[in-house]
Design a protein around this ligand. Structure first.
Ligand SMILES: [Ca+2]
Ligand SMILES: [Ca+2]
Length: 275
């Protein structure tokens, strides 16, 4: 059972999210995909509470073979509820289980977990594999992933050659820092700073970013700093691109120039009420 699909095979899942609670007595539950094989999961997040009896993953329950999870994050609480002492249980901030083919295409990459992970009730003698990224990792590459510091390991049971030190534990304030965005965007630009505080200050994905006209520096406010960055752009000292250029262009003529500065200044001084 999962927020988007129970079983994914030969599928690309992109820019999907789950914000609802999924609490089931079934074996497995995940925010995005249950069993994911020969599938590419990109730019997805879960913020809902997830619970099942054996396998719980923030993004996937089982990421298997020719599969990848890139640019995904979990902020939802994850837990197992299982009274059957003969059953092993697995929880992972990104995936409960991972066993990936070793290749550049199939990796867990640029992901983070800040969701609370709680241990199973009635643990007793069974295997309980709990990890901030993967509950049990059997093989394949995990790179450039992060989690908020807690007492739980990066990988619960690690049967692969992956070094856990390659997954970084961070303090909450560092994960909310602008520098975190550059770290997650090591080879892409999928994350943005949460200027509007829609994700408690943690990095958000590109498709979540809501553009506010005039906010050319993306700090959630329209003020003199935006005029400064547009002026620098106008003079060729720095270049505004993408959503920042779009935000700067309040006149809607496709460029950011002195006319935009004048309009933002009028707005700033209360002479016009909107941009
Ligand atoms: Ca601004
Ligand atoms: Ca313009």
């Amino acid at each position: 059972m999962a927020g988007i699909t129970g079983y994914a095979w030969g599928t690309s899942i992109k820019e999907c999210y789950n914000e609802g609670s999924i609490e089931t007595v079934a074996n497995a539950a995940a925010g995005i995909g249950g069993l994911c094989q020969t599938s590419w999961i990109d730019s997805c997040y879960n913020s809902g509470k997830i619970s099942a009896s054996r396998y719980v993953g923030g993004i996937c329950a089982d990421l298997y073979k020719y599969a990848s999870a890139n640019n995904c994050y979990n902020t939802g609480k994850l837990y197992i509820k299982n009274d059957n002492e003969s059953q092993d249980v697995y929880i992972g901030g990104i995936t409960a289980l991972s066993s990936l083919s070793k290749s550049d295409e199939y990796k867990i990459k640029n992901c983070y977990n800040v969701g609370e992970i709680t241990k199973a009730e009635n643990i007793n003698n069974r295997t309980v594999a709990i990890g901030n990224i993967s509950g049990k990792h059997e093989g394949g590459i995990i790179e450039n992933c992060y989690y908020k510091e807690n007492e739980i390991k990066a990988i619960g049971v690690n049967n692969s050659e992956i070094q856990e030190s390659s997954i970084r534990q961070m303090k909450e304030k560092d994960m909310k820092d602008k520098a975190m965005i550059d770290m997650l965007n090591s080879d892409s630009d999928n994350y943005y700073y949460d200027a509007m505080n829609i994700n408690n200050g943690y990095p958000i994905l590109k498709f979540q970013y809501k553009i506010q006209k005039g906010d050319a520096n993306g700090d959630g406010k329209v003020d003199f700093k935006d005029i400064l960055v547009i002026n620098k752009h106008r003079l060729g000292k720095t270049q505004l691109t993408g959503i920042y250029l779009e935000a700067a262009d309040v006149t809607g003529d496709g460029i950011a120039d002195f006319k935009d500065i004048l309009k933002i200044n009028k707005y700033r001084l209360g002479k016009i009420s909107s941009l």
